[in-house]
Write a protein that binds this ligand. Structure first.
Ligand SMILES: *Cc1c(COP(=O)(O)O)cnc(C)c1O
Length: 394
């Protein structure tokens, strides 16, 4: 069997054995609808309640502040559209965000702009960082919501969420953070960090796809997004994804219980990988070198086309991702890499390796043996590389 090295945990993660074991009964014998009265259904209800407590505990929130959704994208859509549509009644029509958010945020913003809302996209620096002072200065009289991601999915930069939270609370503006990449990888405390709303997703932390959650601080009222039955205390209708919810609860509890080990393990893989890849000439690290997700490696190799690199890595069983054009289905490279100031051709040569709990140092070493000859081969065929190196050897 061909060996697979999965280094794309920022795209999705494998379901861990303990999560699979916890969720399976809900696809077999425990199939009751949590809204029904008999004991079979009440067991499902109890499982949902237990998972809600686990999610709340992981964030230092209360169980009645957690709303299960179908994914991280839904939580982001709900937070932004639900808040702005509600606040419009109070004349607050301005939303503040950044230019490196996930498309779940950016495209929700675009939809809100069509409805007449005003959005400010704060520019980031070359590390993908926001200075909290930028947020403070950009908050206006009519600002209803600040939405800034906890950690970036492409370049791994961790943003100054506590500082931004304090500013928003002091200014009386609601604060939402897309923490899909951060949950399970960094310690989070919604109370200490003054976070009013937070989005998370199961499949980025070893639970299956199709389950997410929105933390909504008690007292914050936003419009409902899904109308229907009275599930999720009447605020998010639809029969609960019981197996998914149980899986999310199990995964988040496991990740937070083992957070220190997890961070230490992923950081070791990441640092070994970055240190070795930067030995390759004409290579740069993208994202913040220090305030960075433990498993995230993002480098640009000059004179390389991302797609060709990904295809050659795939032939060696390595799963990775790139910020270059075709990967994203458009002609432009990743908006995040352009936002940190990379020229188009350097952005096209980017490689993201995102390491997870299940990865090993042997897998990292395998990538580090496999990649340099691929870079060398692609560069030897690249007219761009000839131009870059012209004059270096004479
Ligand atoms: C994956 C991701 C999302 C979307 O989550 P889904 O559950 O896949 O919809 C949103 N934001 C960030 C930062 C992500 O990495």
């Amino acid at each position: 069997m061909k060996k697979i090295v999965y280094a794309d945990n920022a795209a999705t993660t494998p379901v861990s054995p303990q999560v699979l074991e916890a969720l399976l009964p809900y696809y077999k014998s425990e199939y009751g609808n949590p809204s029904s009265v008999y004991s079979l259904a009440q067991q499902a209800r109890a499982a949902v309640d237990d998972a809600r407590k686990k999610v709340a505990d992981a964030l230092h929130a209360q169980p009645n502040e957690i709303y299960f959704t179908s994914c991280g994208t839904e939580a982001d859509n709900w937070a932004l559209k639900g808040t702005m549509r509600r606040l419009a009644q109070k004349g607050k029509r301005h939303l503040l965000t950044t230019n490196i958010e996930h498309h779940a945020i950016l495209h929700s913003c675009a939809a809100l702009e069509k409805e007449g809302f005003e959005i400010t996209y704060l520019p980031v620096d070359t590390y993908g960082q926001i200075d909290p002072a930028q947020v403070e200065q950009a908050i206006r009289e009519d600002t209803g919501l600040v939405s800034i991601m906890y950690a970036n999915n492409e370049i791994g930069t961790i943003l100054p969420i506590s500082e931004i939270g304090a500013i928003c609370r002091q200014k009386g503006v609601l604060f939402h953070t897309d923490a899909v990449q951060a949950v399970g990888n960094v310690p989070i405390d919604v109370v200490a960090q003054n976070i009013d709303m937070l989005s998370l997703s199961g499949h980025k932390l070893n639970a299956p796809k199709g389950i997410g959650a929105l933390y909504l601080r008690k007292g914050v009222v936003i419009d409902t997004f899904m109308d229907g039955g009275s599930q999720e205390r009447g605020r998010r209708a639809g029969t609960e994804n019981v197996a998914g919810i149980v899986a999310l609860g199990t995964a988040i509890a496991y990740a937070t219980q083992h957070l220190d080990e997890r961070i230490a393990h992923e950081t070791a893989l990441r640092d070994r990988c970055i240190q070795s890849l930067l030995q390759i000439p004409h290579t740069r690290l993208n994202g913040d070198p220090v305030r960075r997700l433990p498993g995230n490696v993002n480098v640009s190799f000059e004179g390389i086309e991302g797609e060709s690199m990904l295809m050659m890595l795939d032939m060696h069983g390595i799963c990775a991702s790139s910020g270059s054009a075709c990967t994203s289905g458009s002609l432009d490279p990743s908006h995040v890499l352009l936002a940190i100031g990379l020229p188009h051709e350097v952005a096209h040569g980017s490689l993201r390796l995102s390491w997870g709990v299940q990865n090993t140092m042997e897998e990292v070493e395998y990538v580090l043996e496999t990649l340099p000859p691929i870079i060398q081969r692609l560069r030897s065929m690249s007219p761009l590389w000839e131009k870059i190196t012209a004059g270096e050897n004479n």
